[in-house]
Write a protein that binds this ligand. Structure first.
Ligand code: ZN
Length: 348
């Protein structure tokens, strides 16, 4: 039996942002730090602040977050007033990662209030921060509360929805890689976490539409996936070979794409190699409108070639299908023969 932390306050519904102050007041919060993304739609920040003020919550430390770095988190930690009971992260990935890490350093409660659903970071027990310029995943506390206004997410740029869908389907290949690692190296599997992770995709598969209900399903699925990581005590239920390829693309691409877009295409490729889950992934990507943003901004084939060469060495002790056999020729052949993938690359 494992002791885990799960968010105890979860609100995923239209209008949740207007009620943010009510939720915090019910948790007996009084003074808080509010970290928001640089470039956040000003009306959303005002909406949050209005709701907080009208419910007696004082924002004693407002901060705009321009980057997600360990150095900046440490600096903000030094400025954080002692009377803050909680840290609220509002906006996109950077603000949420910074708020989460700050709350962990300062041992404060953490409220995640994402305004879009571009990846599973809002509910994961890790923060993606740069340390001396290099991106790292740092262990963090889980969110104590998750507040997702589905109406707000629905009005976020649709490319962010597609990115979230891509990060969600990656659980199909990640869980399979985890099983391969168990058979090859005895990597410990937590069956409950694996099942939970798998179930998150299944719920979404039945209705991958970008509307209020779809945003709710996506937010719920991504959140449960974060919980699966917490249950397992590892990122294994959420991250496998498809994430290695995405990390490699971050290093070799001229213009890295959104995390979930890279991961989604890599999942489509990797599930084909794994000979499992591919149809399910293809269905979700097609029905959710995922490919549109890939086709609009095609890669050079050489970028993928380089990323695939690099991917297995990104995390040396992390066994996946890419370690099982040399998949490079197989992948390149698939990129050239599959109709969807063919459209992802520009002809040079
Ligand atoms: Zn991811």
């Amino acid at each position: 039996v494992t002791q885990i932390d799960v968010p105890t306050l979860v609100r995923i519904k239209p209008g949740a942002l207007d009620r943010l102050g009510i939720y915090l007041a019910r948790q007996h919060e009084k003074k808080i730090a509010l970290l928001h993304s640089e470039g956040l739609v000003p009306a959303l920040l005002e909406q949050a602040r209005y709701s907080l003020e009208h419910n007696g919550i004082e924002v004693v430390f407002p901060k705009e977050v321009p980057e997600a770095s360990f150095e900046l988190a440490a600096e903000i930690f030094g400025q954080l007033p002692a009377q803050c009971g909680a840290v609220v992260g509002l906006g996109g990935g950077k603000a949420l990662d910074m708020a989460k890490y700050l709350a962990t350093l300062a041992r404060k409660r953490f409220y995640a209030v994402p305004t879009s659903l571009s990846h599973d970071g809002f509910a994961s027990p890790q923060a993606s921060l740069t340390v001396k310029g290099k991106r790292r995943s740092l262990p963090c506390r889980m969110a104590d509360a998750i507040v997702v206004d589905t109406e707000v997410c629905l009005h976020a740029p649709p490319i962010l929805w597609s990115s979230g869908v891509g990060d969600l389907v990656s659980k199909v290949s990640a869980v399979h890689d985890w099983k391969l690692a168990f058979h090859a190296q005895g990597t410990v599997i937590n069956d409950f976490a694996a099942l939970l992770s798998d179930a998150t995709v299944s719920q979404f598969v039945s209705r991958p539409q970008n509307d209020l209900e779809g945003q709710k399903l996506l937010a719920t699925a991504l959140m449960l996936n974060g919980v699966a990581m917490e249950v397992a005590g590892t990122s294994r239920p959420a991250s496998g070979s498809e994430h290695l390829i995405s990390h490699a693309l971050d290093l070799v691409s001229e213009h890295p794409r959104l995390h979930g877009l890279q991961v989604g295409v890599a999942t489509y490729v990797v599930t084909h190699l794994q000979k499992q889950g591919h149809e399910r992934v293809a269905h979700v990507l097609k029905e959710s409108g995922f490919w549109k943003y890939i086709f609009q901004n095609p890669w050079k084939r050489s970028e993928w070639q380089a990323a695939i060469d690099l991917a297995p060495s990104i995390k040396p002790d992390f066994y996946t299908i890419l370690a099982e056999r040399d998949c490079r020729a197989e992948i390149m052949a698939f990129l050239e023969s599959d109709p969807m993938l063919k459209a992802c690359f520009r002809n040079e």
